[in-house]
Design a protein around this ligand. Structure first.
Ligand code: GTP
Ligand code: MG
Length: 235
């Protein structure tokens, strides 16, 4: 297996070096940082890491309008241009534990998409304010009720894709950001008949840096399940 982990970053200078060092502890693993021109210099820190770990850290500097979804789409396309066989995605802010990556990779031997899940037995959330907990729980119930998806944690951004799974998705047509992006990227493989597995993870609230969760991100997520259901009818 040749794993590559995509980390989108926007103002994560305090977190990035620590998360990258932790990930590189897994043999043969490569990291792709997709930075959106972070004003705090995260992009330069990523370049330094790439110099220090020749060939194991790749950096994509995006220009133009920033966004989590477009960053992932660009990163996934770049990942598919390498020889990576398993392509993971995770946040830079330690909400996702780098130590969970080997478990996700292992599970991907018999699943097309593996989701690090907060909402299967054994999954947990630590230190989130009640408001955030309720929003996330409600979002997942809402998405499942409208779309009929069986996945318990459709909004998780901690995942491992088999290369072939990503390669067959219409990545260029994915235009959403934030949680809506994760939902769209659950729906598309489910609609394509892919095997989706969830492994329990403990999600921890970010300790350093600031959140980019915005009202626009939440609004987009409210509409997304309806768009997905309409898309299925069109097919
Ligand atoms: N490239 C890129 N990365 C982003 C953008 N927005 C957020 N990110 C990164 O995506 C990951 C998740 O974003 P977060 O700000 O942690 O969002 P969240 O997890 O919903 O909220 P908090 O943990 O409360 O901050 C982090 O690694 C961010 O740096 C963006 O516009 N472009
Ligand atoms: Mg976060």
């Amino acid at each position: 297996m040749r794993p590559l982990v995509i980390i989108p970053t926007y103002n994560e200078r305090e977190n990035l070096p620590i998360v990258v060092e932790a990930l590189l502890g897994t043999p043969d693993l490569r990291v792709l940082v997709v930075d959106d021109g972070s004003p705090d210099g995260t992009g330069e820190i990523a370049d330094e890491l790439a110099r220090a770990h020749d060939g194991r850290v790749l950096v994509l500097h995006r220009t133009g309008p920033r966004g989590l979804g477009v960053s992932y789409v660009d990163g996934m396309q770049l990942a598919l241009s390498t020889d990576a066989t398993a392509i993971c995605q995770m946040d830079a802010d330690f909400s996702h534990d780098p130590a969970d990556i080997p478990r996700l990779l292992e599970r991907s031997a018999s699943a097309d998409l593996v989701i690090g899940s907060r909402y299967v037995p054994g999954g947990k959330i630590e230190n989130w304010p009640r408001r955030r907990l309720m929003l996330s729980r409600f979002a997942n119930l809402y998405v499942r009720a409208i779309t009929g998806l069986q996945v318990k944690d459709c909004t998780s951004g901690f995942r491992c894709w088999r290369r072939e799974t990503l390669a067959r998705l219409p990545l260029r047509q994915i235009a959403s950001n934030g949680y809506a992006f994760q939902v769209e990227m659950t729906w598309e493989p489910a609609a394509a008949g892919c095997r989706i597995a969830e492994v329990p993870v403990t999600f921890v609230d970010r300790r350093k840096g600031t959140s980019k969760l915005s009202a626009a991100v939440v609004a987009e997520s409210v509409l997304m399940p309806w768009k997905l259901v309409a898309r299925r009818r069109v097919r």
